[in-house]
Design a protein around this ligand. Sequence first.
Ligand SMILES: Cc1ncc(COP(=O)(O)O)c(C=O)c1O
Length: 448
Amino acid sequence: MAEAFTAAAQYFRAQEHENNLRKKTAGSIAKLERARQSLAGGVSSGLRRTARPFPLYFDHGTGPYITDVDGNTYVDYMLGWGPLILGHAPPAINAAVADVLQRGHTFGAQHDLEYEVAELLQQYIPCAERIAFANSGTEVVQVALRLARACTSRPRYLKFEGHYHGWDDSTLVSYHPTLEEIGQAHGAPVPVGTGQRANADAIVVEWNDSQAVEQAFREHGAEISAIICEPLLCNSGCIPADPGFLAFLRQITSTHGALLIFDEVITGLRLALGGAQQLYGVVPDLATFAKAIGGGMPLSALAGKKEYMDWIATGRVVHAGTLNGNPVVLAAAKATLQTLAADNGAAYNRMWSLGEMLRQGLQDRLRQKHIPVVTTGGGPVFQVLFQEKAPRTYRETLAADRSLYIDFAVAMLDEGVALLQDGRWYISAAHTMQEVERTLAATDRILQ
Ligand SMILES: Cc1ncc(COP(=O)(O)O)c(C=O)c1O
């Protein structure tokens, strides 16, 4: 296998592509240097800091394309890390936002778009008997966990290794630990950065390990308020739940009087209009949405069953936020939902079939060159991993050659295709067969 990876590294010629990129993107380099004198790390979110060869500066995006400040245009599969489900600057969102902008940006008070968008979400999302809006995924996860603690009078929650639920201290644990960190922690949650408060609330087990979940309930059942999970583990290899595993989580939480929370920040509106819960047919008690729900605007939502959401309705559980539910983001959400629902959800048929074509095409081409590769996930969001066997857990993704994948992503960037460097690919409703063909042709050039 090591030999196969060495051969692949020769195909990808990362150094040559990096040199080309440096020549083509002089404007980005200069702007990054300038930004580093004022912005911490020159970027606005830590995950963007490590992009290779360096974080690019972009000027504009249109549909499935993004253009940098040096005028290079790329087919975009980053899609702002997921929100741009309709692509860049979609006319439907632009028109809706332009219209509300004339009437004020925020009221800190009630307006029609709040219940109009909530009604649409109720219509599409199985668990959405009631909705509460906020601005980011991190915030709504916090409200969901608070609600679970309140409803059950229990202090702790169970999460899975490799799942990401935002950057608050309470959830930013055991996200991408090394095997050494896992070993040293002896089963305790592993914080991601320094300065985080010690976390005694999280109980962490491996994804798809039903025995570990059962054991956690045997040992700590009286303390567990909820299980939270990404129903498709998009943040660590797009790993699906084993058949029956989500139903098992539904059943064990119900049996023990705990809540089941689906973190649908990525899967929401992406896998289906009703999210992963619609696609997989398992209805959680609460679900969190962000990213695609705002079509690129900062909007998040907690959806849940009335009996739990009533704790918010009566003020016993606090849900607050100055900019919550402002007209600008909700206009974008309404346009996004209406566009995705049009023609009986035709956009989903397109995203699924293009995504599957693309992932199969990539996989076939790489395998033809004897590069060990697996692709996981589903059409609108999938993952390319340089390893032999499809992973079932986060730990199994550690077998992937990540630095080789980054070489591949750098080569693709030089060939006009912008990818997230963690191996995740997002498709939007604006992508067409033309972009898929362009992307596969770029792959062919790299592999020549
Ligand atoms: C599954 C999941 N939950 C929560 C979050 C946090 O969302 P936000 O970045 O909007 O705070 C993310 C962000 O990537 C996510 O992928």
